[in-house]
Write a protein that binds this ligand. Structure first.
Ligand code: ADP
Length: 164
């Protein structure tokens, strides 16, 4: 059984994340999509909301489980007997940070490989952060997030304009 972790903040999950997940499923028997509690990043959506957004979108996918973690990533990977960490690379701008993270994780556990996958080019510019910003200012466009996330983004935009 070849298990890989796909870790991230998923704040919220986007179609780019889902694209990477589907590609990773072709390479491994089991993917654990691991949501970092990441309180230091002050996420927009609570851990429960982020879990729910993902769970509703992987429902029925047998080889995927969704979990939250709040510890050192390599420790978590060892505990889950994962042989690899999956990360997505969009543009060159992702590379520097991802390269540092991968090297640091290898430094801590040389047995766990980090593998990078590229999404479909239509998601090269999709980021959770940018989408939240666009929605905050009432922006629209072809959906780059699953429907449950789109609903939540629209609702949070409406709530923020009401309170202004
Ligand atoms: P983190 O806070 O760990 O960077 P993210 O949820 O932002 O968590 O991203 C998790 C992983 O998914 C990262 O490797 C990131 O580069 C990747 N990712 C994010 N958006 C996309 C996208 N549109 N296409 C491909 N990979 C992506």
């Amino acid at each position: 059984m070849r298990t890989a972790l796909y870790p991230g903040s998923f704040d919220p999950i986007t179609n780019g994340h889902l694209d990477i997940l589907k590609r990773a499923l072709k390479l491994f028997d089991h993917i654990i999509l691991a949501i970092a509690a990441n309180e230091e990043k002050e996420p927009t959506f609570s851990l429960e909301e982020r879990l729910q957004f993902v769970e509703e979108n992987v429902y029925g996918l047998e080889n995927v489980s969704v979990e939250a973690f709040d510890c050192l990533l390599v420790e978590y990977a060892r505990k889950k007997e994962a042989i690899a960490l999956v990360r997505g690379l969009r543009a060159v701008s992702d590379f520097e940070y991802e390269f540092q993270m991968a090297q640091m994780n290898r430094h801590m556990d040389a047995e766990i490989e980090t593998i990078f996958l590229m999404p479909n080019e239509k998601y090269f510019f999709t980021s959770s952060h940018l989408l939240k910003l666009v929605h905050k200012y009432g922006g629209e466009g072809p959906a780059l997030v699953p429907t449950n996330v789109l609903r939540a983004l629209k609702a949070s935009y409406k709530a923020s304009t009401k309170s202004d």
